[in-house]
Write a protein that binds this ligand. Sequence first.
Ligand code: AP5
Ligand code: ZN
Length: 217
Amino acid sequence: MRLILLGGPGAGKGTQAAFICQRYSIPQISTGDMLRAAVKAGTPLGVAAKAVMDRGDLVSDDIIIGLVKERIQQPDCSRGFLFDGFPRTIPQAEAMKTSGVDLDHVVEVYVPDATIIERMSGRRVHVASGRTYHVKFNPPKVAGKDDATGEDLVQRKDDEEATVRNRLGVYHQQTEPLVEYYKTWGGTGDKRAPKYHRIDGIGSVDEVKDRVFKALG
Ligand code: AP5
Ligand code: ZN
């Protein structure tokens, strides 16, 4: 199983990715998590990416495509994988197509912008694992602590309202064209085209999970 989770910032990609990856025993490839790990480790990539991410802009296609191509060569990807937050531009999608990376499904989680602002302000994350919580909608068992490790949860630096608004603008401008890109590809009858599913991302985490699983069959 190889799939893409597409959706705006805070649509719930990371939250739903955890369920899908568990069900199909596939790794979650979140380019955002990979970049945050590089920032934390202070690697040259992390140093270069930090300012871009803090503004809510996109890291360059070349860097991201290189990262992902290397990641999908790892042995844990032999049974498939889930892309969370990738591809995010037409060139990133084209890079997968031209390098023969076939995908089974594209799952778009759709949430209107106003709801996104509310979700972001309450988000808390466990940095080491990427596990995501919400103070109101998806709280941890112990406030401020990760369920599995008991370690501290933090707020992401790019979750300030002004940055979220920029990320939404970047999404509409640079990533949303992928909706038409995949729908159009599917319409050509090409057997390589992934199946496209649009999921309503409004509702509880469990309700959205049920919709995603129903779409995947
Ligand atoms: P990335 O980490 O991918 O951020 P994003 O796409 O903006 O998505 P988020 O992680 O913010 O949201 P999510 O959809 O995963 O939602 P979540 O499940 O956490 O990217 C960060 C940055 O890295 C980018 O801005 C860019 O600079 C760079 N980058 C990454 N990939 C790149 C690429 N391919 N190319 C170029 N640059 C790249 O949920 C959000 C909150 O809502 C949580 O608190 C959650 O608990 C809560 N929630 C979830 N579902 C529900 C629900 N149903 N009801 C109520 N609350 C819910
Ligand atoms: Zn995420």
